[in-house]
Design a protein around this ligand. Structure first.
Ligand code: DSN
Length: 415
């Protein structure tokens, strides 16, 4: 190996180092991010990323390329680990993201012009069908699932009536602003009456489902789960599709391969198997702490007189806390200037039109406990109101996060 780093590569290394140094002293409350434990991160195998492992259909042993004997075994081990963890018959690990897994369901189940019901942006929807519709190749009719703003959840009666009247081909549940579990059974019953599909986007709550803190949508009547694998489920970035219905699983497979994904990025598969094993060992304790910490932080933020959504019902049943603000983007900038990272998003007009979204999954993993919720809330409130210079708050933020250097909910690390 050459001893000195070529100048263009040094620049790249410097940029990465600057990113890591910056993020190490920020308070990361972004609800869609997480960190892998060192054990899981070490299971990412760049050498596998040099190879191809394509297979057609649903049988990972039916490989197109030669040289795959160990890759096939790894792929099967990862698939089996996910099926066991989510107590389902089928897992497809080829989607490169939750979005891609979701597209596969729509491509397999819809004809051009079919109706899809999904939550709109303020309702927390990822807006998969609307995003797909921006490409002229994919014309779908898309309507919004009715919301009960007071409960910040789906309006079950109106949604069931809409399904019966309009007979959508697919209904997509799941949210990027999840506070409370979506009701599934009555919607699934309405869809089953004519063969409609209930797709559940579990991206935000996959870890909570795996650890038993959120009801498993497949057990509640969802036909298919599509998800990313790196939010509350602290795995490598990527996607997964889970199902019990064998015929549906086979129907979706050609949309994944060869339609959307050919090479399915093998380097992440060992880490996916590793995070499933980690969740088997520590998942229950892990996600119980995440939800308890989110509720504690919700209460502490409310005690700072911030308008936390869901005050009458315990703030949240997930990792997420929402604080209403009509000027969410400006507040998000103020927080970022103080090194507090949260996400400004829209909310229904009845809830003020906008909010900041916070998630506690990453800080919980690194050592945050409910006892520290008041300290975190004080810093958030000070930055929110611009009470003190951002640099002064940032110094306190850095001192707080420096205390959280643990790797909780994983196996001991070598000394
Ligand atoms: N839906 C995005 C988010 O919640 O941040 C990620 O895909």
């Amino acid at each position: 190996m050459p001893s000195s780093v070529p100048p263009p590569l040094q620049t790249i290394r410097d940029l990465c180092a600057a990113h890591h140094a910056y993020r190490a002293h920020t308070l990361n409350l972004i609800a869609s991010e997480n960190v892998m434990s060192p054990w899981v991160e070490q299971a990412i195998d760049p050498g596998l990323g040099h190879r191809y492992g394509d297979y057609r259909g649903t049988d990972p042993t039916a490989r197109k390329y030669t040289g795959n004997r160990h890759i096939t075994a790894l792929d099967l081990a990862a698939r089996d680990a996910l099926q066991k963890l989510f107590q389902c018959r089928h897992a497809d690990l080829r989607p490169l993201s939750g979005h891609v897994a979701g597209i596969a369901v729509l491509m397999a189940c819809c004809q051009p012009g079919d109706l899809v019901l999904e939550l709109d942006g303020p309702g927390g929807g990822h807006r998969l069908a609307r995003k797909l519709n921006e490409a002229p190749l994919c014309p779908l009719k898309v309507e919004s699932i009715p919301l009960d703003p007071a409960a910040y959840n789906i309006d079950v009666d109106r949604t069931v009536a809409l399904i019966r009247e309009r007979r959508p081909r697919v209904v997509i549940l799941g949210s990027s602003l999840f506070l409370f579990a979506h009701p599934i059974r009555p919607l699934a019953d309405a869809l089953n009456a004519y063969g409609g599909i209930l797709q559940f986007d579990a991206s935000h709550v996959l870890g909570l489902i795996a650890g038993g803190a959120y009801p498993n949508p497949l057990k509640e009547g969802a036909h298919v789960i599509t998800s990313s694998t790196h939010k509350t489920f602290a795995g490598p970035q990527g996607g997964v599709l889970l199902a019990d219905d064998t015929a549906l699983f086979h129907r979706i497979a050609p949309a994944i391969y060869p339609a959307i994904v050919t090479n399915h990025h093998l380097h992440r598969l060992p880490a996916l198997a590793a995070v499933a094993a980690e969740w088997q060992a520590f998942g229950r304790e892990h996600v119980a702490a995440v939800v308890a910490n989110a509720r504690a932080l919700g209460a502490a933020l409310a005690a700072e007189d911030l308008p936390v959504i869901g005050a009458k019902v315990g703030y949240t049943d997930t990792h997420t806390i929402l604080i209403a603000s009509p000027e969410a983007a400006a507040v998000g900038d103020r927080l970022e200037a103080a090194d507090i990272l949260a996400t400004p998003v829209g909310l229904p007009a009845e809830l003020g039109g906008g909010c900041l979204r916070f998630g506690v999954q990453e800080i919980t993993r690194r050592g945050f406990t409910a006892a520290e919720a008041p300290a975190v809330a004080r810093l958030v409130a000070a930055a929110w109101r611009g009470e003190r210079p951002a640099a002064e708050i940032s110094t306190q933020v850095g001192a707080l996060v420096a205390r959280w250097q643990d790797w909780r909910f994983t196996w001991p690390l070598p000394a």
